[in-house]
Design a protein around this ligand. Structure first.
Ligand code: PLP
Length: 386
């Protein structure tokens, strides 16, 4: 069962399971683990990752938008799914029908949800988001109790939880994150003093690893689920395994003469006779154009530099010194023999963060899922094969 195209992202599901278990090992037994699988599980394949994470110890799933939740429900996933982002009020009935959990932070959305649930004679769950310093979604701390009590008073609406999101938990200086946690606790205490016992959560991967006091009733694990770290120093806190690697094949290998220009804009010229390999991956695959003239890859375990600009569907590497030929494998992300191109390296070349690197890998790149060293499924533009 091979994908038709040789440019593929390998997703090792065993590593996802390991990462869930490793994180479960550092959080209290009573603390729930939400697997954050928004953005197609940070590019890793939402359905496959969600199923695996649930079987490995996660009890809930987090997505950003309704469509992502629908995709998971259509795949038969029955676990609680939280929509952490905005849901259009006109979509409230879908949220209710699919038994999804929504984020509550303004009157309009809770009224829409309560109205839809009442019409359908069903309950809908929400978690109230408090903005303790992210400046994004969420009620202001001073409005938290009033808003939560409004939501609690609405028919068919069940306020199950209360949460906040940390802006700087990946920073070396954790004082602002600690300040957010304190502000969140103060809101929770005011709610509790008025008799409201809710599921409390604030920790993302960085806080799970570096701020153990943030674990509370649930943690929301995104980046770490995929084996990536929010900051390099966190590697010593728990051992995670990266789940994604990216490989392709050389589609053309040829010698070029001294000063031969390569690619759009002629931004690179061969210095002497060079062996140049073309590779069928480009920015439409999510292999960013920002890698032009700075990226590296592995051919036969050796580092080779990307030369010229990344095109939409192809790019070129200088493979001089290697006995490279058309059809040979090239590793753009991941391990080959003794060396490894890490997501963090690619992110640095692109001038971005590791999150963006895997999220960008587009659907044109087939995902090949591995379990116990065997391919357990493939998802390509042409659909899923198991
Ligand atoms: C509300 C919320 N919680 C949790 C996460 C997961 O964060 P991370 O990937 O840093 O673990 C995100 C991701 O951005 C988020 O938006």
């Amino acid at each position: 069962m091979a994908p038709i195209r040789s440019t593929v992202a390998d997703i090792v599901l065993d590593h996802i399971a390991h990462n869930v278990q490793a994180v479960r090992g550092i959080i209290p037994a009573r603390t729930e683990l939400m697997a954050v699988v928004k953005a197609d599980a940070y590019g890793h394949g939402a359905i496959e990752v969600a199923s695996l994470a649930l079987s490995a110890g996660a009890t809930r799933l987090g997505v950003a938008v309704l469509d992502e939740a629908i995709e998971l429900r259509r795949a038969g996933i029955a676990a609680p799914i939280h929509i952490l982002g905005y849901v259009e009020p006109e979509c409230a009935e879908q949220v209710v029908k699919l038994g999804l959990t929504a984020t509550a932070y303004d009157r309009e959305s809770v009224l829409a949800l309560s109205g839809a649930a009442t019409r359908l004679a069903r309950k809908v769950k929400v978690h109230v988001e408090i903005d303790t310093g992210m400046g994004r979604l969420g009620v202001r701390p001073q409005d938290a109790v009033g808003f939560a009590e409004l939501a609690i008073s609405l028919p068919h609406l069940e306020v199950e939880g209360v949460f906040s999101h940390l802006a700087c938990a990946d920073a070396a200086d954790l004082s602002s994150a600690r300040g957010q946690i304190t502000a969140f606790h103060e809101c929770c205490m005011r709610l509790e003093s008025r008799g409201h016992r809710l599921t409390k959560h604030i920790a993302n991967t960085a806080a799970i690893l570096a701020l153990r006091e943030s674990h509370l009733d649930m943690v929301r694990l995104g980046l770490g689920l995929y084996g990536m770290y929010p900051a390099p120093y966190m590697k010593s806190l728990v051992k995670l395994h990266p789940a994604m690697s990216l490989r392709s094949r050389l589609s053309h290998v040829k010698w070029v003469e001294d000063k031969t220009p390569i690619g759009y804009g002629w931004t690179y010229r061969a210095a002497g006779q060079r062996l140049i390999a073309t590779v069928p991956i480009g920015y439409a695959d999510g292999y960013s154009r920002r890698l032009s003239n700075v990226g590296q890859a592995l051919v036969a375990g050796q580092r080779v530099p990307l030369v010229g600009r990344v095109c939409m569907d192809q790019c070129m590497f200088d493979v001089t010194g290697l006995a490279a030929k058309t059809g040979d494998e090239i590793v753009l992300l991941g391990r080959a023999e003794q060396d490894e191109i890490t997501v963090d390296e690619v992110a640095a070349w692109m001038g971005t963060i590791n999150y963006e690197v895997t999220c960008l890998i587009s659907r044109r790149v087939a995902r090949v899922f591995w379990r116990n060293n065997v391919v357990s499924g493939v998802r390509s533009l042409l659909g899923r094969m198991h």
